[in-house]
Write a protein that binds this ligand. Structure first.
Ligand code: ADP
Ligand code: GLC
Length: 488
C-alpha cells in the first residue's frame, strides 16, 4: 500500500505542536509495517537545516493563484533508518522559505496564511501528478490540507492516479477551521456552487476549508475516542461542525495518538542529566535537583513537590484556570515551572506571579525542546488543565517519565489518565472545568505525594503504559484497508 501524508507540520523539520509530532512519527511507524509512506510539507525556514536533495526533474512546479502563475521547487529527504519513508518539501521563498509555519517572530499569524496553504495544496497535488506516484491513500491533516479531499472529488475524480485513491482527513483541532474572506475563492479553482450559501465551503458568508474537507473526505478521524464522541455530540466542542459531522455517511473514528519512543524514553534520552527507568528511579531525583538548580529556584524545593507545564499558552490549554489557582498552589509549598509561549496577557500574569514567588516559580516564554525534556523528567507532577484536548501528547510523555499528570477529564486526557482511587491509577483528573475543581484535585495529588508507597505505584503505572505508535499504526492500517476494499 502506498500512502501520502500531506500536512503543515512534520517533526523534526517543522513543529509547532502535536500535529508535528504525529506527522513526524506515524509515517515511519507505518513504513516499519511494510508500507511506503511519502510526506509532503512546505519548505519553511527551519527545513533548510536538514540534508535534502532537490528533485531536479521538477525544477519548476507551477500552479495558478488567480491570474498569477506561481512556481515552486521540490526537495526530498530520505529517512536513513527507513527506506520506505521520505519527506518532500514544497519550496517557495516568498511564501515559505524565509518564514515559519504559521506566525511571525511576534507570534502574529501571517496575513496571507489562507493563500499560503491554498498554494501548498495545489502544489502538492501537482507534485503527485507529475511524479506519477500511484498512492492508494492520501492522508490529510487539519484545515491546512482540508481542501485536498474537495479537489479530489470535484476536480480530479476522473483523473488518474486520483480517480482510484481514497482520502482520510484527521481532525487534530476542529476549533481551527481556516475560515477566511469569501473572495479567496478566486484562487481556489473550484466549482462556484461550493461557495454559494449552504455550499460545502460556505460558512456564514466566509470560506471554510475544514467544512469542505469533512464533507468530501472518504473517512474523517480524530485523535482520541473520547474526542470523537465529544465533537459529534457537544456543539461547543464540535466548534459548530456537529451538523456537518452528523451528515457524513460514517461517524468520526477516534484513534489515540502515540509518542515517539525513540525521542521520548527516559532510559535513552540524551537531554536528561541522568537517564532512569522503572527499575531504577534514582536518576529521576537527579533530574529534579538539576532542574531546580538551572532554573535558579530554592534548593529546599528538592524535598517538596515540583509541578511542571509545557504548553502553548492559549485559551484551549486552560491557562486562565491555572492563573486563577496558581497562588494557592504555590502557597502550599509546591514548586512550579512553566515553559510555553503564546498569548501576551497570559505571559504577563504568569510573569507577575513568578516575580512574586521567585524562589519557587520559574517561567520560560520560549520554545525549547531540550528544556521540555528536562522539565518532564524533573517534575513530580505535570499539570494539563486544558478546556478541551483532542488528544494531548505531553501527558503521555509525562506518564512515561514518571511525572504524574493532573488533568481536566476531557478528550485524549480522559483516554490516557486513569484517576488514582487509592489502589490503582496513573494520575489525577478533575471533571468540572473550574479553578476550584482543579485546585481540589491538585491538593488531593499533593496529599498522595506525601505517601511514598502510593506515589511510587502511580509512577510505575504511568511508566509502564505503552504509548508506542505501533498500536495506533495498526488502527490506521485497518482503516486504510477498509477504505481500499470499499468496506466503508
Ligand atoms: P498541542 O498540539 O495542542 O499544542 P500536544 O500536547 O498534542 O498539544 O502537543 C504539544 C507538543 O508541543 C508536545 O510535543 C510538546 O512537548 C511541544 N511543546 C509545546 N510547547 C512547547 C515549548 N514551549 N517548548 C518545547 N516544546 C513544546
Ligand atoms: C492538536 C491538539 C492536541 C493533539 C495534537 C496532535 O494540536 O490540540 O490535543 O494532541 O493536535 O494530534
Amino acid at each position: 500500500m502506498n500512502i501520502i501524508f500531506i500536512a503543515a507540520e512534520a517533526s523534526p523539520f517543522a513543529k509547532v505542536g502535536g500535529l508535528g509530532d504525529v506527522v513526524g512519527a506515524l509515517p515511519p511507524a507505518l513504513a516499519n509495517r511494510g508500507f511506503s509512506v511519502k510526506v509532503i510539507i512546505p519548505g519553511y525556514r527551519s527545513t533548510w537545516n536538514y540534508k535534502t536533495e532537490p528533485l531536479t526533474q521538477l525544477s519548476n512546479l507551477t500552479v495558478t493563484l488567480g491570474n498569477r502563475v506561481v512556481a515552486s521547487q521540490v526537495r526530498r529527504w530520505q529517512n536513513p533508518a527507513q527506506a520506505q519513508h521520505e519527506v518532500y518539501f514544497i519550496d517557495n521563498p516568498e511564501y515559505f522559505g524565509q518564514r515559519d509555519v504559521y506566525c511571525d517572530e511576534n507570534g502574529k499569524p501571517y496575513s496571507d496564511n489562507p493563500e499560503r496553504f491554498i498554494l501548498f495544496q495545489k502544489a502538492a497535488l501537482k507534485l503527485i501528478a507529475e511524479t506519477r506516484w500511484s498512492p492508494d491513500i492520501i492522508h490529510c491533516h487539519d484545515y491546512h490540507t482540508a481542501l485536498i479531499p474537495v479537489y479530489l472529488k470535484k476536480n480530479l475524480a476522473q483523473v488518474p492516479p486520483f480517480n482510484t485513491l481514497k482520502s482520510v482527513l484527521t481532525l487534530h483541532n476542529i476549533a481551527y477551521q481556516g475560515d477566511c474572506e469569501m473572495q479567496l475563492k478566486e484562487i481556489c479553482d473550484l466549482p462556484e456552487e461550493l461557495f454559494m450559501p449552504m455550499g460545502a465551503l460556505e460558512w456564514y458568508n466566509r470560506l471554510n476549508p475544514l467544512k469542505g474537507g469533512i464533507i468530501f473526505a472518504d473517512a474523517v478521524t480524530t485523535v482520541s475516542p473520547t474526542h470523537a464522541r465529544e465533537i459529534m455530540t457537544d456543539e461547543e466542542l464540535g466548534a459548530g461542525m456537529g451538523g456537518v459531522l452528523a451528515n457524513r455517511p460514517t461517524p468520526v473514528l477516534g484513534i489515540l495518538n502515540g509518542i515517539d519512543t525513540a525521542e521520548w524514553n527516559p532510559v535513552t534520552d540524551v537531554y536528561l542529566f541522568m537517564p532512569y527507568s522503572i527499575s531504577n528511579l534514582a536518576g529521576k531525583k537527579v533530574n529534579k535537583v538539576k532542574l531546580i538548580e538551572i532554573l535558579g529556584l530554592n534548593p529546599a524545593l528538592e524535598s517538596r513537590p515540583l509541578l511542571g507545564i509545557v504548553s502553548r499558552l492559549v485559551e484551549q490549554k486552560g491557562i486562565a484556570l491555572l492563573i486563577d489557582g496558581l497562588e494557592k498552589i504555590l502557597s502550599l509549598g509546591a514548586g512550579f515551572v512553566i515553559l510555553g509561549s503564546g498569548e501576551q496577557n497570559y505571559q504577563r500574569e504568569l510573569k507577575r506571579l513568578a516575580n512574586q514567588f521567585s524562589d519557587r516559580m520559574a517561567v520560560k516564554f520560549d520554545y525549547d525542546n531540550v528544556l521540555a525534556h528536562r522539565i518532564i523528567a524533573g517534575s513530580d507532577l505535570f499539570l494539563m488543565p486544558s478546556r478541551f484536548e483532542p488528544c494531548g501528547i505531553t501527558q503521555m510523555y509525562a506518564l512515561n517519565y514518571g511525572a504524574v499528570p493532573v488533568v481536566h477529564h476531557t478528550g485524549g486526557l480522559a483516554d490516557t489518565v486513569i484517576p488514582w482511587d487509592g489502589k490503582d491509577g496513573n494520575g489525577f483528573a478533575f471533571r468540572e472545568y473550574r479553578a476550584e475543581a482543579m485546585l481540589k484535585t491538585v491538593c488531593e495529588a499533593l496529599q498522595v505525594f506525601e505517601k511514598p508507597d502510593e506515589w511510587r505505584k502511580i509512577i510505575i503505572n504511568g511508566m509502564s503504559a505503552d504509548f508506542s505508535w505501533d498500536r495506533a499504526a495498526t488502527k490506521y492500517i485497518a482503516l486504510y484497508e477498509n477504505l481500499i476494499n470499499n468496506k466503508i
